[in-house]
Design a protein around this ligand. Structure first.
Ligand code: F6P
Length: 527
C-alpha cells in the first residue's frame, strides 16, 4: 500500500488542515513548558525543536506513521547487514566503521569487525611512518604535503571534517584537496608545493571516476616531470579504494592501497579509509574521537524509543514540512566558521540519498521526496539571504547549529555570535507586529514593510564545543535522519542511479569534442 493511502497519513492531512492557522506565538503563550517539552539531548547534542509548527498531537501522529511503515524493523535490517541497498545488491554497514564496542557486526554470516580493525591498523601504521619521517619521498626528503584527489563522497567528507576540526590539526603538514575536473583546481592546489615533499592520496571507491582519474594522471605527470623516474610513483602515491586491480594498473603498490568495502556507500564513508587524510592531519587519537562520536549517535539511534530518538524526530519533522506543508527546501546554518563546508557535505548526503522519484517497488511516487538542502554559516548568511526567510513568501524550515564555547577565545566574538544565533531563531518564530512597531513610533507608511509575520520554523542544535566527538555525532545525526526519511518515503536511499546518464553522455560528447568531425547530426538542436 502506498504511504499516502495509509490512515496514518490521512490523519496527518486532516491535522494539518486544522493546524495550519496556528501561530507559534500562541503555542508558546499557551504552554510555558513548551521548550522543555519539545527538546531532547543525546550524544552531546541538545536539540530544541519547540520552534517548529507542531504540537504533541502532531508528533504522535507522525510517530504513528513511522510505526505503520515499520521503521524499527527497517532500522534493524540495516544494522543487521541485510542487503537493503537492493538495486546494487549491497548491505549498508557504515555503522560498523565506527563501532567502538566489542560487539560483532555480521555480514553474510561473517563478522566484519576484524577487517575494519585491520584497515584502521594499516592506516595508523602509515600515519606514524609519515609523521615520524620513516616514509620519505623518492629523493629522501620528508613528506610535508598531502594532496587528496577524490570527488563526491571521496572528497566532501574529508574536506568538511578537515575544515571543521582544523584547530586540532598538525599544522606542520599541509593538506589540500583536489576534486574538480577544471584543471585550475589542480593547478592552484599544487602551485606552491614541492613535488619531492608531496604525497598524493588517490581516493576513489571505484577507481574509475573520470574526475579523479584525470586529476590522478595529471598529478603523476606533474611529479614525474620534476622527479624524472617512474619509480618515484611508489613513494608519492597511495590509494583508498575497493578496486585493487585498477589501483595496481595505475602504478600504486598493492600494499599502499587502503581498502574499504562495497557495503560502505561513498557519502557514508568518512570513517572508512577515505578518512586517511584526516587521520594524518588530525592525528590518530582525534580520528578515533571522531569515530567515537559517530558511534554514540549510532547507539542512540539504534536503542532509543522512537519518541526520544533524535534522528527519528528530526526525520519526522522534515516529513511534516515536506509532505504536509509543501516546503521545497531545508536550510542548515552552522554558527561556526569551521563548519563552512557542512551544508555542501549535507547536500550530497541528503540529496544523493533521497532525491528519488521511484519507490522500492519500482513505481513512480506521487508525493514529494527529498528536499533541496542548502545553507551557509552564520552570521555570514544573515547579510545575504535571510531577508527572504524572514519576509519572503516561502516557508523554509531551518536548522541552527551552535556551540556554547568557541574554539578560539577572541574578545567578545563568541557572545556576539551566539546572540545572533538566538536572535535569528526568535525573530523567525515570533516576528514583530504592527502594534509593536507603532509603540516604537514607526511611521504608518512604513508599518507594512517593517513588520515581521513570524511563525517561521527552526530547530536549534546546540553542543558544548566543536570537538571531534561532537562533529561525529552531528554527522551521524543527519545520516540517520536521511535513513528515516527514506524509509517513510519508501525509496532506496543508498543507490544513486541519477548520476549515471550525465556521465555516459559526457563520455560520448568527449569523443566528439576531441574527434575530427562535427557531431551536429547526432544531437538535438540545442546540445
Ligand atoms: O557520481 C556519484 C558518485 O558515485 C558518488 O556517489 C561518489 O561519492 C562519487 O561519485 C565518487 O565515486 P568514487 O569514490 O568511486 O570515485
Amino acid at each position: 500500500m502506498r504511504i499516502i493511502d495509509l490512515q496514518e497519513w490521512k490523519s496527518l492531512v486532516r491535522h494539518h488542515h486544522s493546524f495550519k492557522q496556528t501561530h507559534l506565538k500562541d503555542l508558546f503563550a499557551a504552554d510555558p513548558q513548551r521548550a522543555q517539552k519539545f527538546s531532547l539531548e543525546a550524544a552531546g547534542l541538545y536539540i530544541d525543536f519547540s520552534k517548529n509548527l507542531l504540537t504533541s498531537q502532531t508528533l504522535s501522529l507522525l510517530l504513528n506513521l513511522a510505526r505503520a511503515v515499520e521503521l524499527p524493523k527497517e532500522m534493524k535490517r540495516m544494522f543487521a547487514g541485510e542487503k537493503i541497498n537492493q538495486t546494487e545488491n549491497r548491505a549498508v554497514l557504515h555503522t560498523a566503521l565506527r563501532n567502538c564496542s566489542d560487539d560483532p557486526v555480521d555480514f553474510e554470516g561473517k563478522n566484519v569487525m576484524p577487517q575494519v580493525k585491520q584497515v584502521l591498523a594499516q592506516m595508523e601504521h602509515f600515519c606514524e611512518q609519515l609523521t615520524q619521517g620513516q616514509w620519505r619521498g623518492y629523493t629522501g626528503k620528508r613528506i610535508r604535503n598531502i594532496v587528496n584527489i577524490g570527488i563526491g563522497g571521496s572528497d566532501l567528507g574529508p574536506v568538511m571534517v578537515y575544515e571543521g576540526l582544523k584547530s586540532y590539526s598538525n599544522r606542520e603538514i599541509t593538506l589540500r584537496f583536489v576534486s574538480n575536473l577544471d584543471g585550475s583546481h589542480f593547478f592552484e592546489q599544487v602551485r606552491d608545493l614541492k613535488p619531492e615533499e608531496t604525497l598524493f592520496i588517490i581516493a576513489s571507491k571505484s577507481f574509475t571516476t573520470q574526475e579523479t582519474m584525470t586529476n590522478a594522471q595529471t598529478a603523476k605527470d606533474w611529479l614525474l616531470e620534476h622527479l624524472n623516474s617512474p619509480e618515484a610513483v611508489k613513494q608519492h602515491f597511495v590509494a583508498v579504494s575497493t578496486n585493487l586491480e585498477k589501483v595496481r594498473e595505475f602504478g600504486i603498490l598493492s600494499e599502499n592501497m587502503f581498502p574499504f568495502w562495497d557495503w560502505v556507500g561513498g557519502r557514508y564513508s568518512v570513517t572508512s579509509a577515505i578518512g586517511l587524510p584526516l587521520m594524518i592531519s588530525l592525528g590518530i587519537k582525534n580520528f578515533h574521537r571522531l569515530r567515537a562520536g559517530f558511534h554514540e549517535m549510532d547507539q542512540h539511534f539504534q536503542t532509543s524509543p522512537l519518541e526520544k530518538n533524535l534522528p527519528v524526530i528530526l526525520g519526522l519533522i522534515g516529513i511534516w514540512y515536506n509532505n504536509f506543508w509543501g516546503t521545497e527546501t531545508h536550510a542548515v546554518f552552522p554558527y561556526s566558521q569551521s563548519l563552512h563546508h557542512f551544508p555542501a557535505y549535507l547536500q550530497q548526503l541528503d540529496m544523493e540519498s533521497n532525491g528519488k522519484g521511484v519507490d522500492r517497488d519500482g513505481e513512480l511516487v506521487s508525493y514529494q521526496t527529498g528536499p533541496i538542502i542548502w545553507g551557509e554559516v552564520g552570521t555570514t548568511g544573515q547579510h545575504a539571504f535571510y531577508q527572504l526567510i524572514h519576509q519572503g513568501k516561502k516557508l523554509i524550515p531551518c536548522d541552527f547549529i551552535g556551540f556554547a564555547r568557541p574554539l578560539h577565545e577572541m574578545g567578545d566574538h563568541h557572545p556576539k555570535l551566539m546572540a545572533n544565533f538566538f536572535a535569528q531563531q526568535k525573530a523567525l518564530a515570533f516576528g514583530k507586529s504592527v502594534q509593536e512597531l507603532q509603540a516604537e513610533g514607526v511611521k504608518d507608511a512604513l508599518l507594512p514593510f517593517k513588520s515581521f509575520l513570524g511563525n517561521r520554523p527552526s530547530t536549534c542544535i546546540l553542543a558544548e564545543q566543536l570537538t571531534p566527538e561532537i562533529l561525529g555525532s552531528l554527522i551521524a545525526l543527519y545520516e540517520h535522519k536521511v535513513f528515516v526519511q527514506g524509509i517513510l518515503w519508501n525509496i532506496f536511499s543508498f543507490d544513486q542511479w541519477g548520476v549515471e546518464l550525465g556521465k555516459q553522455l559526457a563520455t560520448e560528447i568527449l569523443s566528439e569534442l576531441q574527434g575530427p568531425e562535427s557531431a551536429d547530426q547526432r544531437h538535438d538542436s540545442s546540445t
